[in-house]
Write a protein that binds this ligand. Structure first.
Ligand code: 6MZ
Length: 427
């Protein structure tokens, strides 16, 4: 078996994936390039191995409308989409573009189905998918109807069996239940468990954040397990959302925060003091915050998304380690592209090894598979090299992620059984 095939076939757990950041590039291109003539369109479909015909007319129409309204300048957008080494600011510009295109009910449903199927196809057995419920008056969309469109997307998953409801009062569990362990023997599985986190965007008001938390509470039976605070880390202040986050916690929702994506030490300390159930990124922590994180044992998605480090956070982090940043490294913004692979991997090793060796809860995640052109299998492959770990240790890393997930205990124990069973076959 080719090494990459192994990482793909290995069962994995994804705890940090943003729905709109995980949209396939091919889907975005279909939406974005209305001027494609028929032949080009199908050549692209062939190249991307996608069946585009089904959605072609719908997206052509949508893109045409957006172009006519002047919402999108196609030449600019195409460039941003196809660019690989984006800065943090460009990444968030791209999210705004994606949202213009995706925030209508049919598209939300489509991307949800596609994203789940993409993760299932690479043997993710548990996916905690997060998304920001959005109001879009021009499309008759409320936060609630956005989430209903997400649930509809989950219901539409048909290539794989899916379990997306936490209780029997929720939506039906699709597919054969209780078959997962058998199906997984030999690393071929047919079932994915999906739970949802609702994100608060740092640009929102407290009232909007409260609406999201209340919606999450109402949707607990539909598999919503927690609240996330995300969005451009250079915008807004986390303290604005503290009452909503406290309320979420009091009501039994788990809370995860994007913390330390940029070097804002005051905010990082305050976030760590809040003791979120998990944090994402944590790449710009100075020494005392780093110590606080390690003492707290808060599970960290670190080095979160090896492919997604922006040049800025990478430089800050590497400088913190006293590393000299050469122009080649600096320009290599995206570790997924690693022109300077050996050197960069050894740098990551120092950082991750510190957490790994001190047994700090560590989770590998993708963040935004579409935006950063990555996959969880790729992140595992990169991490195995970076940490100098073998298949068995990587397998254990995936298994321990189950413990840091917000899924109900019953499913967590099924997933752990699955890993244990497969672990024996690895011996
Ligand atoms: C912070 C991020 C992020 O919610 O519309 N998001 N927030 N840091 C990141 N690191 C790169 N990646 C994604 O998915 C897209 C939204 O997720 C958040 C941003 O708010 C982005 O707009 P949804 O499905």
């Amino acid at each position: 078996m080719e090494m990459m095939d192994w990482w793909v076939s290995m069962p994995k757990v994804e705890l940090h994936a943003h729905l709109n950041g995980s949209v396939r590039n091919s889907t975005l291109l279909i939406i974005l390039i209305p001027s494609f003539d028929f032949l080009h369109f199908h050549l692209l479909a062939f190249e991307l191995r996608e069946d585009l015909t089904k959605f072609e007319l719908y997206y052509r129409e949508l893109a045409k409308e957006l172009g006519e309204k002047g919402i999108i300048v196609f030449s600019e957008v195409e460039h941003v989409i196809l660019k690989n080494d984006r800065s943090l600011t460009e990444v968030f510009k791209l999210f705004d573009l994606i949202h213009i295109l995706t925030t209508d009910h049919a598209t939300v449903t489509r991307i949800t189905k596609e994203v789940v199927e993409d993760f299932a196809a690479e043997n993710v057995v548990y996916l905690e998918l997060r998304t920001t419920p959005k109001r879009n008056d021009s499309r008759g969309m409320s936060k609630r109807s956005y989430m209903e469109a997400v649930i509809e997307g989950l219901r539409k998953v048909d290539v794989f069996d899916i379990d997306f409801a936490s209780t029997k009062n929720g939506l039906e569990e699709k597919g054969k239940s209780g078959q997962m362990i058998d199906d997984c023997v030999g690393f071929s599985r047919t079932k994915i468990y999906v739970r949802l986190l609702l994100s608060i965007d740092r640009r929102e008001t407290l009232a909007a954040a409260m609406e999201t938390v209340k919606l999450a509470l109402e949707m607990k039976d539909l598999g919503v397990v927690g609240i996330d605070l995300s969005g451009n880390p250079k915008v807004g202040e986390w303290i604005t959302f503290l009452p909503a986050l406290r309320f979420a916690r009091e009501q039994g929702l788990r809370v995860t925060l994007h913390c330390g994506e940029v070097p804002n030490q005051e905010e990082i300390h305050a976030m760590l003091d809040f003791l979120p159930e998990r944090i994402g990124h944590a790449c710009c922590l100075e020494e005392d915050a780093w110590r606080k994180l390690k003492n707290s044992k808060i599970p960290a998605q670190v080095p979160h998304n090896l492919s997604s480090w922006s040049g800025e956070s990478f430089v800050v982090w590497a400088s913190g380690l006293g590393l000299h940043i050469t122009p080649e490294i600096d320009s290599c913004n995206n570790l997924g592209l690693m022109g300077n692979a050996g050197l960069l991997l050894s740098i990551i090793f120092n950082f991750a090894a510190d957490l790994y060796n001190t047994n700090h809860p560590l989770i590998l995640c993708t963040d935004d598979t579409g935006v950063f052109s990555t996959s969880l299998s790729k992140e595992y492959a990169i991490a195995a090299t970076a940490f100098g770990l073998g298949k068995k240790e990587m397998f254990q890393l995936a298994r321990t992620a189950v413990e840091y997930s917000f899924v109900e205990e019953q499913v967590a124990s099924k997933l752990k059984d699955l890993f244990d069973l497969l672990d024996k076959s690895l011996a």
